[in-house]
Unconditional design. Structure first.
Length: 524
């Protein structure tokens, strides 16, 4: 596929679909959106099949470059980390369209166009290799989500949409200022070049904090997480799925792509800040989730706790932690999306998210109860499901650095089991106190078609995680080699030993300085 602009095509297909939806009738818009997202899923499968995972392969593949004006250019390319996040995006998008098939009845064309436009921007974030192009894609993604919440959301949708927009925009202004200084200092907007550029350690702290202001809100990290529960509660079901499934992952991607490789010394010096905020988030938001009466709010707070495991793993500065963080992002994207779909299924029937209005659904909705149980167990981190692998690796990674941080974060796993099993018991078991809930029909064929692929992916990730780790491993090792010299010493008395032989690490450190050269030392 040398020379074939598949990345541009994956952005052009949903863009063309979005324009067509604006001029189509309601039913036609649904079919156009579904076909466009399925076409992109097929292109994603083609991308995966042609991605070179062999030892010694180039780090950046499918590169495209076209100058636009000044230093701004249309520069695209992916590594293994971007590949898996793109696959998560194109996998969830047809499911979101299917979830909106009957639920959205007003301004259907505009709704479908907003979702397709958002897919363009999400893929743009993961493929951009120009600093300013990344910023445009990263920020423009706010617009369709703002409209989806503000137009098709619940009763307090205006408040939630403004809060979402203002929170995320504020941090990004600081990031833009930092980007402009970096371009002036390094003389380039090329992201792979900047990843290997050695900025002054004293300046790195300010640059790190400017980027942190944006990525922390996007994750979201405590205490700038308060926009998330409001956004989830007010968003339509598909909006919650894509918000939890992909948009939150942009913060984690930003840490991997920018904060760690570009500012390694500052990342190490401020790791204590990230660990502290993450530990508070894991415990505090888990306890808050435990007392929620609204299903969506409970799952939203659980997302904050899970994403805190991601930041802890990333700032462990070792291969296990970073691999675990990536796996948690992927697993959480699938599981949280599925849980929001499960809430949407019963909300469409009873038009309430209050937990106490349900009960005993395993009697009249056995298929629903089985799938809901699978996703509940996956959220808890049951071995054999997607979240177990990521949480285990992330906690193992941070344990090598700080046993205390690992201990506190592990309590989040226990609290997660408490609030998720408590939710499931109140929804699926017990007496059927409400006749209207007891009369609800089981899953329709459309609803099974939406949930079954996610169930299969959750089990696939849990049983054979290597298929997801393999494309990322060389890039994670290159990142580890880049940040190894700055890694914090840690306090753990028990060391797992180096993940890589020292000769391998030195070899890859040389390669990491050349962004367009092979980034893996696996061949040696």
């Amino acid at each position: 596929m040398d020379g074939f602009p598949i990345l541009s095509l994956m952005m052009a297909v949903p863009m063309a679909g979005a324009i067509a939806c604006l001029y189509a009738g309601a039913n036609q818009a649904r079919w156009i959106a579904l076909l466009a997202t399925l076409a992109n899923l097929a292109l994603g499968a083609l991308l995966w099949a042609n991605f070179d995972q062999s030892a010694g392969a180039a780090q950046w593949q499918f590169q495209e470059y076209a100058p636009i004006f000044g230093r701004f250019s249309w520069a695209l390319g992916i590594d293994g980390i971007a590949l898996v996040l793109i696959m998560l995006t194109v996998f969830l998008m047809p499911i979101c369209i299917g979830a909106s098939w009957e639920a959205i009845q007003k301004r259907v064309g505009e709704y479908m166009a907003a979702f397709l436009f958002m897919e363009v921007l999400m893929i743009g974030v993961f493929t951009a290799q120009d600093l300013y192009l990344f910023y445009v894609m990263f920020e423009a993604g706010l617009i369709p989500m703002y409209l989806i919440i503000g137009i098709w959301g619940g009763a307090d949708r205006i408040y939630a949409s403004y809060k979402f927009f203002l929170y995320t925009l504020f941090g990004s202004v600081l990031m833009l200022i930092a980007m402009m200084w970096m371009v002036h200092e390094a003389g380039t907007t090329d992201i792979p070049t900047l990843m290997a550029y050695n900025f002054d350690p004293q300046v790195q702290t300010w640059l790190f904090l400017a980027f942190f202001a944006s990525f922390a809100v996007k994750m979201p990290m405590w205490p700038v997480h308060t926009w998330l529960p409001d956004a989830h509660v007010q968003a339509p079901t598909a909006g919650s799925v894509i918000l939890a499934g992909v948009l939150l992952k942009m913060g984690g991607y930003g840490f991997i792509r920018f904060s760690l490789p570009m500012f390694p010394e500052a990342s190490a010096q401020l790791a204590w800040l990230v660990w502290g905020l993450s530990m508070v988030a894991v415990v505090y938001t888990s306890l808050v989730a435990l007392v929620q009466t609204d299903m969506k709010k409970l799952i939203a707070y659980s997302s904050v706790a899970h994403m805190a495991i991601v930041t802890v793993g990333l700032f462990a500065f070792n291969q296990a932690g970073i691999e675990g963080a990536m796996m948690v992002m992927l697993g959480h994207g699938l599981v949280s999306g599925a849980l929001f779909l499960c809430v949407g299924v019963i909300y469409d029937r009873l038009h309430t998210r209050e937990i106490n209005r349900y009960g005993g659904l395993s009697i009249n909705m056995p298929k629903y109860a089985v799938l809901f149980l699978l996703f509940t167990m996956a959220s808890v981190g049951l071995p054999g499901t997607s979240n177990f692998v990521g949480e285990f690796l992330a906690l193992m990674g941070i344990y090598q650095v700080s046993s205390w941080v690992a201990l506190v974060c592990t309590t989040g796993i226990i609290l997660g089991a408490a609030y998720m099993l408590y939710l499931y018991r109140r929804i699926a078991y017990g007496e059927q106190k409400n006749a209207d809930a007891a009369a609800m029909p089981d899953l329709s064929a459309r609803e099974i078609a939406l949930l079954a692929p996610i169930a299969a992916a959750v089990l696939w990730m849990g049983i054979y995680p290597e298929s997801f780790l393999a494309p990322m491993r060389a890039d994670i090792r290159a990142l580890e080699a880049r940040i190894a010299s700055a890694a914090p010493a840690g306090d753990s008395r028990i060391k797992m030993g180096p993940v890589l032989p020292s000769a391998d690490a030195h070899h890859m450190e040389d390669h990491a300085a050349m962004p367009h050269e092979p980034a893996s030392g696996e061949a040696h």
